[in-house]
Design a binder for this molecule. Structure first.
Ligand code: HEC
Ligand code: HEC
Ligand code: HEC
Ligand code: HEC
Length: 388
């Protein structure tokens, strides 16, 4: 599938972002339609205009990957938490596991760390020579950088979840002046900054849907042969967004200026929960869209899609929100069956848009009503003793 077709862009108009978009090529994203203005935060004073790009989760673009070294000077604590997770350790461990060798040999793969097959979910790749300006221009000028130009530099890294950072790095920590800090930054500047970072490709956790999409991309295997021939798991069937993100993986230091690794607030957990339910359905549809034969893979992802849809329905039934009802309608409009690629992908794209809109409501002043409604979910959100 073409890269552009995998992108979803939601358009509001903003002169600034339009310029940034032109410079960084975001304008190539497909425009699916405009968000109801009331559902999205207004970024900056130039209201009424702007581009907000949400993308289908993909492996971090090797030509834009900077590597954790580019983060650690400002995010020491996050790095320390990350290094102890299976995400980090898989780099040294995966290729030594007999199960990995077995899967690879069944698929005729010589090296697990090379080629796309395993790397897409187990490693982070960078182009040869890193992202030195020359290396980048060489790659993009000849336009045909192949796998041979890329090498695995880490396991599942910061950029696997937050997006390859070359374009958004500077924007995401720019408080707007040498003397401005997190505490003195104006709310309008803050909104603009977060918005810019997203437009430049960051999976910024200010919108929890963006990070949920990252998780589900890898934790739902969308490769029929890998499962049916290789014997790889069909993803993590018991993956749940709150339980899997608030345990060993969480690294929430920014909120306390680095003092403490806090778990997310009850309000945020509700939004993570809802994002997980929508993202699960999105990912299951994308995986199912690749299914062509009635075997383990198709059966498992079909079951997963049905289960995700049932959960979505159950959540929507408890909340009474037009967006969630629309998500249910989208789910129900598509047949869960083999060889139904285009319909399933189109539905997944629509679900992504709704998931993103809903996640924006977490902090939007105008969305108090939805936040109140979500409180009813507390009984269904996994309790902390079940967190990974
Ligand atoms: C020069 C310092 C600096 C570097 C380098 C840096 N960050 Fe940050 N980062 C910050 C600051 C400051 C914040 C807090 C912004 C705020 O107050 O919201 C932040 C926040 C974040 C957030 C939370 C979202 C947000 O916008 O607040 C994420 C995710 C993040 N950084 C990821 C990364 C990753 C990944 C890298 C490496 C590719 C990186 N950062 C490199 C300074 C930095
Ligand atoms: C779509 C993403 C994805 C791809 C592609 C992928 N993996 Fe995995 N793999 C995962 C995830 C996620 C897990 C963890 C599953 C779990 O236990 O929850 C995993 C687990 C594993 C495990 C441990 C399984 C076990 O039985 O304990 C091995 C071994 C493995 N992968 C090898 C490979 C190899 C070899 C390849 C390439 C041929 C590959 N993976 C490709 C996502 C992927
Ligand atoms: C780039 C692919 C990728 C992304 C993105 C990703 N994971 Fe994973 N995750 C894996 C793989 C692969 C494993 C298994 C690693 C291994 O055991 O070698 C794993 C393991 C885990 C584990 C440990 C599971 C266990 O049974 O111990 C947790 C928890 C987890 N992931 C949560 C998350 C969450 C939450 C997100 C999103 C915020 C996420 N992952 C995003 C690929 C990914
Ligand atoms: C497995 C996916 C994953 C990986 C890998 C990952 N993050 Fe995150 N990150 C998340 C998620 C999910 C959140 C939001 C969690 C929440 O709100 O509870 C987050 C939140 C953050 C925040 C904001 C914390 C706060 O207090 O609000 C920062 C900063 C951050 N990540 C930086 C990093 C850096 C730096 C790395 C690499 C060392 C990294 N992340 C690796 C998924 C990931």
């Amino acid at each position: 599938m073409k890269r552009a077709a995998k992108r979803i862009a939601v358009v509001k108009r903003s002169r600034f972002i339009r310029e940034a978009a032109a410079i960084f090529g975001i304008a190539t994203a497909i425009v699916l339609g405009s968000l109801a203005a009331a559902n999205s935060p207004s970024f900056g004073s130039d209201s009424g205009s702007g581009v907000e790009a949400i993308r289908v989760a993909e492996p971090a673009d090797p030509t834009k990957v900077l590597g954790n070294d580019a983060c650690v000077k400002c995010h020491v604590s996050e790095q320390a938490v990350w290094s102890a997770t299976p995400h980090a350790k898989t780099f040294d461990e995966l290729h030594r596991r007999p199960e990995a060798a077995q899967i690879a040999s069944k698929l005729g793969i010589k090296s697990i760390k090379h080629g796309d097959r395993c790397v897409a979910c187990h490693y982070t790749r960078q182009s040869e020579g890193g992202t030195e300006p020359n290396a980048i221009t060489t790659v993009s000028r000849n336009g045909n950088a192949g796998a041979a130009d890329f090498h695995a530099i880490a396991g599942i890294s910061c950029e696997s979840c937050h997006g390859a950072a070359r374009d958004w790095l500077e924007a995401h920590h720019d408080y707007g002046g040498a003397n401005v800090t997190r505490l003195t930054e104006s709310p309008a500047h803050r909104e603009q900054r977060i918005y810019r970072s997203v437009a430049l490709g960051m999976r910024n956790p200010h919108n929890v849907y963006l990070v949920a999409q990252s998780c589900y991309r890898c934790h739902t295997t969308g490769d029929e042969e890998l499962v049916n021939v290789g014997g790889h798991p069909t993803g993590s069937l018991d993956f749940e967004m709150v339980a899997w993100s608030q345990g060993l993986v969480h690294h929430n230091f920014v909120r306390t200026d680095g003092k403490e690794n806090v778990i997310s607030s009850p309000n945020r957990l509700r939004f993570l929960f809802v994002a997980g339910v929508v993202a699960d359905t999105e990912a299951a549809f994308r995986a199912l869209s690749t299914a062509t034969e009635k075997a383990n893979f198709a059966l498992t992802v079909a079951k997963r899609a049905s289960r995700a849809g049932a959960r979505l329905k159950s959540v929507a039934g408890k909340i009474g929100d037009a967006r969630l009802d629309e998500a249910v309608a989208i789910f129900e409009s598509v047949k869960i069956k083999l060889n139904n690629h285009d319909n399933l992908v189109a539905a997944a794209d629509q679900l992504a848009k709704i998931g993103y809109e809903l996640a924006n409501a977490e902090t939007d002043k105008k969305e108090e009503e939805l936040r109140e409604k979500l409180i009813v979910l507390d009984r269904f959100i996994p309790a902390s003793k079940t967190w990974k």
